[in-house]
Design a protein around this ligand. Sequence first.
Ligand code: ZN
Length: 68
Amino acid sequence: MSSSDDTPRVPIICPECETTTRIPVDDLAESLERHNEQLHDGEDVAHIDPDIADQIQNMVAEDMGLLE
Ligand SMILES: [Zn+2]
């Protein structure tokens, strides 16, 4: 399996677990939800690195051709 660059990875920060995980943007919502559900009783603890949240939105928008 080749790891290509065409799927951007997004840092997810979880202050309670003290972890930062890079998740492919395709799995982002699902992984976040699963993490919070399994480890934090469904509470919204883990979140996207706020520093790049804006960039992610741009990336996704670009990916979808919304910025053209
Ligand atoms: Zn956690």
